[in-house]
Design a protein around this ligand. Sequence first.
Ligand SMILES: [Ca+2]
Ligand SMILES: [Ca+2]
Length: 308
Amino acid sequence: MKAQYLLAGLALVVASSSAAAKRVDVDSSSASSTFPMENNVSYDADRTSDGRLSTAWVEGEEGSGLGSWLELDLGDEHQVRKVKIWGGMWYSREYWHRSNRPKEVELRWSDGTNDVITLADEMKAQEFSFAKRTSTVRLRIKSVYPGSTWLDTPISEVQVFDGEPQDGAVVRSIAGSTELAPDPDGTYEPFNVSDGLSDSMWCEGNEEGDGTGEWLEFQFAGQQRVNTLRLINGIGTGLPYWLKGNRAVAATLAFSDGSTERVSIRNTMLPQEVTFPSHLTSSVKVTFDEVVVGKEYNDLCLSEAHFE
Ligand SMILES: [Ca+2]
Ligand SMILES: [Ca+2]
């Protein structure tokens, strides 16, 4: 949140890569080893399914931890279609470069078969498609891209999807009126409101103003009936950051038939549900009409937004 640039005047579109797929809740996680807790920061296996990029599992072996594994227990068997991985230490761009990043990873399924994937050495979420019936997903590190400072290999987050229809409206793309330029902490693109992570966010990048009048437009895969917007208002990283950014307290929802609804949004960091009369629509444009100004960054941010 250091530099502010207006990236584009009107619309920045980031397309969703996925068809309808439902995220599977991880029941429990385990690992071959874990880096010991330091300064009250845990590197346990369950940090890879806590919905936060700023936390990670780190193996606790000597050296690069080749052969170390992380296992996600899905509880029941699922038809797994996709695994999405945030490899390396996503706490910040600097830490990502200083730590190892996994390169080749063997995915072992509960029937004992496995697939080997190769991650690119890029700080972006990477998705891999499968058609596998399994109750567990074990990720075993076979090779790494070496970090510039630390030898250990972290994985920050893993999401598993099955073939069931997802809850809520299937989003094809999200456009924003403006977007804050990437900085050492990451990107602020519109699609960050749709990734299931509380500490990734869209922030408007208009140097003028507090975010009033800025908008996000959600394009759905066909017509969807919606009456609820689930959201995390502001910077969801944690209370100190949340207090620094601007939050929305009122918005106008415009639907594809031209009708609109005005809604109030609570000024809270907790996940909230905004309800409105039901509409059948192929898109919703959310224009933020009123904001509360934070203590430091004069930018409106939204961490999650899902229509149902
Ligand atoms: Ca995490
Ligand atoms: Ca997010």
